[in-house]
Design a binder for this molecule. Structure first.
Ligand code: C2E
Ligand code: MG
Ligand code: MG
Ligand code: MG
Length: 285
């Protein structure tokens, strides 16, 4: 294990793109080329309903398969794409591709309630055309607006609270869902964030790690209860233990998204999983 940053945070050593001798500029130009050469794709991770274990929807996650370096994590390339502005094109690609897949899966399953969550970056939100882009994909793929959800982190809305509030209200009026992503990693209170029209709260995985912390169940309890009192649905991200699943069920937390239930998968795998599930239901009836 390697110690980084001078603090007492211990991070497992992971040979990164940068440590492989690549500079940031190299990553930037590779990323631009990657986009043009179709090295980017989406992975889809199921979001599971906790009363039962049905897949209620998916989160679309960007993937980059570099021809020489292999898979590069979005935690590495998304921040670079954000600082260069390329995230706007990447984000448009993700929105379009996620909407296209969702409409295919709606047609195949007949379940129009199946939803797709797409991550939106700060730059994308501030660009006025996000609203036009969202309206376009809803129409192009004839999606029930509520089946598309946009995920935004607290830091995105806090960068520019007034403008964000306006834009989010306009997005809401199109009927799409709005999820507050990575809740608990920032500093704002949930009460303050409720000035924004979110309908779903995603509890950050950091709350579901450190299982030894005795106060954890109390914290989870208060987050879920408060979210529900404020009319939000809750997704627990990165749940790691059966005990936490039991606790979250007791708290009536609606959804979980974690490796415990499923890893992110390719579009083809996701389609097959939905298809096999339907076949199983038909056999059982
Ligand atoms: P996020 O939006 O919070 O996405 C959830 C991340 O948690 C994903 O990582 C997912 O693979 C991971 N995860 C899910 N379950 C578990 C678990 O049980 N254990 C652990 N340890 N991790 C779990 P991923 O795919 O590496 O994405 C990382 C981040 O990159 C995302 O965090 C999001 O902030 C960003 N990102 C990914 N795709 C996009 C995109 O299309 N646009 C933008 N703007 N950001 C994206
Ligand atoms: Mg997300
Ligand atoms: Mg998250
Ligand atoms: Mg995250």
């Amino acid at each position: 294990e390697a110690k980084r940053g001078g603090g007492d945070r211990i991070e497992p050593f992971r040979p990164s793109y940068r440590s492989a001798g690549y500079g940031r500029l190299q990553v930037e130009s590779d990323l631009r080329r990657a986009f043009e050469r179709n090295e980017l794709s989406l992975a889809f991770q199921p979001i599971i309903r906790l009363d039962g274990e049905e897949t209620a929807g998916f989160e679309a996650l960007l993937r980059w398969e570099h021809p020489r370096r292999g898979a590069i994590s979005p935690t590495e390339f998304v921040p670079i794409a954000e600082s260069t502005g390329l995230i706007v094109q990447l984000g448009q690609f993700a929105l379009e591709e996620a909407a296209r897949r969702l409409s295919d899966w709606h047609r195949m399953t007949g379940n129009q309630k199946l939803f797709m969550s797409v991550n939106i970056s700060s730059r994308q939100l501030i660009r006025q055309d996000l609203i036009a882009d969202v309206r376009t994909v809803l129409e192009r793929y004839r999606l029930p607006p509520g089946s598309l959800k946009l995920e935004l982190t607290e830091s995105i809305v806090m960068d520019n609270p007034e403008r964000s509030a306006q834009l989010l209200t306009r997005l809401r009026s199109l009927g799409v869902g709005l999820s507050l992503d990575d809740f608990g990693t920032g500093y704002s209170s949930l009460a303050y964030l409720m000035g924004f029209p979110f309908d779903t709260l995603k509890i950050d995985q950091s709350f579901l790690k450190n299982n030894s912390q005795p106060q954890r169940p109390i914290i989870l309890h208060s987050i879920v209860t408060m979210a529900h009192d404020l009319g939000l649905q809750v997704v627990a991200e990165g749940v790691e233990t059966d005990a936490d699943v039991v606790l979250l069920r007791q708290l009536n937390c609606e959804y979980a998204q974690s490796f415990m239930f499923s890893q992110p998968m390719t579009a083809e795998q996701a389609r097959k999983a939905l298809h096999d599930h339907m076949a199983g239901l038909k056999r059982a009836s």
